[in-house]
Design a protein around this ligand. Structure first.
Ligand code: HEM
Length: 403
């Protein structure tokens, strides 16, 4: 099998731009309509994409929802330590529909991160990081980091107990970096203790990052349209095996979105507190440390990793490396075979990665003590072992066999 060439999916014949009328007049001067037709309506898509390919569209729609609800929340929020908690209470209890805005924003954050992890593991499983999609993969990882920073900054804003003490733990972890740590901690916190400057900084960071994400999504989708989507087989798709995006994938994406919306609505309106931490409904109190300091569920695997390593700085390096290693995956795995469907060893390894990730989350929840500490270390070894040992070895074997 030889390496794929660009572009992989031969384009379908493109319909001409609208002829006559206002649309045609605009299109001849600003070809947005023909560009939209070419890049969306008529874009050639492999016929065999499964439901895991719905998550890009789901992420895009949830992102829009987060921006829309976030703007209205920001109009009623006050970023000072004296008033932040009360302004959130006011949104919940007095602002018409405020409770709904907040429930949607909070549930949206959790489900966005869940969709992001599914989207990422889909890419890993089907080898969507391999050439020619390296930049697509890297922009995705930048989005992951930006989403994490945005979510963390957002969690600080209600200025509840968990907001405060979570920020305190993060600040101390940053401060543990040798040499530059204390300076970094000071830059992050803005003064010697967590106060108005810190809260104001994180409010701006949250807002700016959210719009930054939109810009990077544009690059991400642009990169996707250069190579076209991968597919579950990982093989290049000939033109006769493609279908236009509309109506085939518009209907499929809408179906996926409706199913996702059911979960969203159930969580937001029936169980709004299922994913949130009750301790954060108490105002921040620097004089009283909660019995259990724990981040939101989507940070638990990294928190577990942080705690499984004996030194604070070592834990920070391990947590950073767990994402850092994803940036070099396209080069750790030069095998010409893409999809794990055709790579039994990688398939087993991927199952190990997912199980290790969940176990690291459980370790984070149980504070890496006693047996949990051992579980955390074994899970970390399996996670890194897949990327740094199994994947390169598999690739080398497969390349030898292909020659
Ligand atoms: C704000 C977050 C993100 C948004 C809105 C987004 C959006 C999209 C969309 C709309 C697609 C095309 C539909 C699909 O394949 O599902 C896509 C594809 C893709 N995304 Fe993302 N994405 C995001 C984050 C990520 C992350 C964190 C990664 C992983 C590093 C990633 C990697 C990919 C890859 C590899 C593809 C091509 C998949 C294939 O065709 O096999 N994306 N993304």
């Amino acid at each position: 099998m030889s390496g794929p060439s660009l572009p992989e999916n031969t384009p379908l014949p493109v319909r001409p731009a609208p002829s006559g009328g206002l649309l045609s007049w605009i299109d001849r001067r600003l070809p947005v309509i023909s560009a939209f037709r070419q890049e969306y309506v008529d874009f050639p898509m492999p016929r065999n994409l499964n439901a895991l390919w719905n998550f890009g569209a789901i992420l895009t729609v949830v992102l829009v929802l987060m921006l829309a609800t976030g703007i209205f929340l920001a109009m009623n929020y006050t970023p000072t330590t004296g008033e932040a908690f009360m302004s959130i209470e006011m949104i919940e209890r007095q602002l018409p529909g405020g409770w709904m805005l907040r429930a949607m924003h909070m549930t949206g954050a959790s489900l966005f991160m869940a969709a992001l992890y599914i989207h990422l593991f889909r890419g890993l499983y089907y080898g969507s990081y391999k050439q020619p999609r390296e930049i697509l993969w890297l922009t995705g990882l930048v989005l992951l980091l930006m989403a994490m920073v945005t979510a963390f900054a957002g969690y600080v804003l209600p200025w509840g107990q968990m907001s405060y003490w979570g920020a305190d733990v993060a600040g101390k972890a940053v401060g543990a970096v040798p040499v530059i740590g204390p300076a970094l901690e000071h830059i992050m916190e803005g003064s010697d203790q967590l106060g108005d400057i810190f809260l104001h900084r994180f409010f701006v960071l949250h807002f700016v990052m959210a719009f930054g994400i939109v810009a990077v999504v544009a690059l991400h989708v642009m990169a996707l349209h250069v190579s076209g989507p991968n597919n579950p087989t990982g093989q290049p798709v000939p033109a006769r095996e493609t279908v236009p995006f509309h109506p085939y994938y518009t209907t499929k994406d809408v179906t996926g979105l409706v199913l996702f919306a059911l979960v969203f609505v159930a969580l937001a309106f029936l169980w709004p507190d299922l994913l949130s931490e009750p301790e954060n409904y108490r105002p921040a109190n620097p004089m009283h440390t909660p019995a259990d300091i724990e981040p939101e569920w989507y940070f638990l695997p990294f928190y577990g990793l942080l705690q499984s390593v004996p030194s604070k700085f070592g834990g920070l390096v391990a947590a950073g490396a767990s994402i850092g290693v994803l940036f070099v995956v396209p080069w750790l795995d030069p095998s010409p075979i893409r999809s794990a469907r055709s790579r039994p060893l990688c398939r087993a390894g991927m199952a190990g990665v997912v199980i290790s990730f969940v176990l690291m989350g459980l370790v984070g929840r149980h504070h890496a003590e006693g047996a949990w500490m051992i579980v955390g270390r074994i899970a970390a070894l399996c996670y890194f072992g897949y990327f740094l040992v199994l994947l390169p070895l598999c690739a080398r074997r497969e390349m030898r066999r292909e020659r």
